[in-house]
Design a protein around this ligand. Structure first.
Ligand code: PXP
Length: 235
């Protein structure tokens, strides 16, 4: 199973000071060097973390696979066509949300999304849709012309005990169905060091997309060295 890393939080931290550091592009290169199979960034309509210039620089720097997460707007469609990431992931987007809170509603938007994806497909960019693990929705993802389905694991991450096990079964069945109709399968959202293990058994899922857990862990594992380095300088 491959790991794609979402680097949006690095940009959030940088933007807190409005300066240059930490640089999401440097973080992307480090993640690639450490074995990440792809770099994911979400250019939100409000540009709250990744900015247009970050995306342009990421396009230049990333050598594995750049995945642009985006909402279904004509502005983002044009940016995708100009930037040519290897992959776009269509996600729903609400301004007030802290993170992508649910899957893309393919049932409601099927006709519009099918048209929206045509030029992106024609440009040779792979297409993924981020949806809840629902069989009918997966069927529509394939019909809309996407190559990949990313199953939303946010509910799995939040649930406990029996409900968590049931949600995992839903994800496993959704992944098997998606593969059987020719889609590649990715999973993401809320995956963590302490809840990822069962995914190793789900062989239909070929990649996981993780941001928060890894960036949060990196801060804590890196703090020790960062403090010591400063103490060495001032001593
Ligand atoms: N996949 C998609 C489509 C997302 O929107 C996000 C969150 O930005 C992730 C994966 C990663 O989620 P997390 O930050 O919880 O690992």
């Amino acid at each position: 199973m491959r790991l794609a890393i979402n680097i949006d939080h690095i940009a959030t931290l940088r933007n807190a000071r409005g300066e240059q550091e930490p640089d999401p592009i440097a973080a992307a290169l480090l993640a690639e060097k450490s074995g990440a199979a792809g770099i994911v960034c979400h250019l939100r309509e409000d540009r709250r973390h990744i900015k247009d210039n970050d995306l342009a620089r990421l396009r230049q720097a990333v050598t594995t696979k750049l995945d642009l997460e985006m909402a279904m707007t004509s502005e983002l469609q044009q940016i995708a066509l100009n930037t040519k990431p290897e992959l776009i992931t269509l996600v729903p987007e609400k301004r007030e949300e802290l993170t992508t809170e649910g899957g893309f509603d393919i049932v409601r938007h099927f006709a519009v999304v099918t048209e929206f994806l045509k030029p992106i497909n024609a440009a040779g960019i792979e297409i993924s849709l981020f949806i809840e693990p629902d069989l009918h929705a997966i069927e529509l993802v394939a019909k809309a012309g996407a190559d990949i389905v990313e199953l939303h694991t946010g509910r799995y991450a939040l649930l406990h005990d029996k409900a968590k096990a049931e949600e995992l079964t839903r994800i496993r069945e959704a992944a098997a169905y998606a593969r059987s109709i020719g889609l590649k399968v990715v999973a993401g959202h809320g995956l963590h060091y302490n809840n990822i293990a069962p995914f190793r058994e789900i062989t239909d899922i070929e990649e996981v997309s993780i941001g928060h857990a890894i960036i949060a862990r990196a801060v804590m594992t890196g703090l020790d060295e960062a403090v010591k380095e400063m103490i060495r300088i001032i001593s």
